[in-house]
Design a protein around this ligand. Structure first.
Ligand SMILES: Nc1ncnc2c1ncn2[C@@H]1O[C@H](COP(=O)(O)OP(=O)(O)OP(=O)(O)O)[C@@H](O)[C@H]1O
Ligand SMILES: [Mg+2]
Length: 290
């Protein structure tokens, strides 16, 4: 990343500290980068008779959190899996840093710098935090596991991300749900990804634990990562996302700047409702404010 970009990011972090919402801070500064890290152009995906995605467009920039929302079955997980190389696209194109790329298997996505944290965390309960962080990519010295170096790097990584865990030598089973989620996210950071995709990272968490995970998302953004966050929780979306991309029945149904969009507008884009309780109430409120 050029030095200028780093400055802009820390400048933006300063806005955050002063409590100015993310979207507003974004408006007061030059774009972090003009070329999106990832762009989907007219992406379609079919499973037999089911057209899961039709002509989907999506752009994510470095230092930006894009929330991906939509009702059950809208195609969110399918979209993530096409980016992660689990389900290659049928039609359309994927651009990475402005160049057209093929993502046909998970290795292709990892190689580009895409990390995905799925909802089922795939952590091993009975091994400790260091073991989980390095599962499948253990460090060795002269053929023997280098526990000292793995622990040193694990502590350094958790410190960088301001993750507080009682000890890195306790089994994952003894951590809270929020702590486990932060370990899973930290694990995805080991490969220094440019894009991190989080599928419902706060779905099973309480208030305090949710705050911990959202804090971590903010830190990923401050460090210049692009983030795609799938969430059903509008409060989370409002708290942490810059943009929200709505999928409905496998198609785009709007991309909104979070700071300047009401929750009702987002919800009616999700439901496609022009006349339901939520949109009627939103319309009444808008009318009253005139
Ligand atoms: N492997 C698959 N084989 C066949 N159909 C699939 C497959 N994966 C997804 N689908 C279908 O594609 C559509 C989109 O599903 P997807 O899981 O992407 O939705 P979603 O937005 O993630 O929903 P949720 O909020 O419930 O997780 C659904 O109709 C689903 O049944
Ligand atoms: Mg899903």
């Amino acid at each position: 990343m050029p030095p200028g970009a780093t400055f802009l990011l820390s400048h933006r972090a300063a806005f955050h500290r002063r409590g100015i919402p993310a979207g507003q801070a974004a408006k007061e500064m030059v774009h972090v980068s003009a070329t999106p890290v990832l762009a989907l152009r007219g992406v379609s995906k079919r499973f037999g008779a089911v057209q899961a995605l039709t002509d989907v467009e999506l752009e994510v920039h470095a230092g930006e959190v894009v929330a991906l929302v939509g009702d059950n079955g809208a195609g969110k997980s399918t979209l993530v899996k096409t980016i992660a190389g689990v389900h290659p696209i049928d039609e359309g194109a994927i651009e990475w840093e402005g160049r057209k790329v093929g993502i046909n298997r998970p290795h292709d996505a990892q190689h580009l710098g895409i990390a995905t944290v799925y909802q089922d965390l795939a952590l091993c309960d009975n091994i400790d935090v260091v073991g989980n962080l390095y599962l499948g990519r253990e460090l060795r010295k002269r053929g023997v596991l280098d526990e000292v170096e793995m622990e040193r790097r694990a502590l350094e990584l958790l410190k960088t991300l301001s993750i507080r865990i009682p000890s890195v030598r306790i089994p994952i089973a003894s951590l809270s749900g929020g702590q486990r989620q932060t370990v899973a996210i930290a694990r995805s950071m080991l490969g220094e990804p440019k894009l991190v995709i989080l599928d419902e990272p706060t779905a099973a968490l309480g208030v305090e634990q949710t705050a911990q995970v959202l804090d971590l998302v903010e830190r990923l953004r401050e460090r210049g990562h692009a983030v795609i966050l799938i969430s059903h929780n509008m409060a989370d979306v409002k708290a942490v996302a810059d943009k929200v991309a709505v999928l409905r029945l496998g198609r785009n149904n709007g991309v909104f700047e979070v700071a300047s969009t009401s929750q009702e507008e987002i919800i009616s884009a999700i439901t496609g409702a022009t006349d339901n309780a939520v949109t009627r109430r939103a319309a009444r409120t808008a009318e009253e404010q005139k």
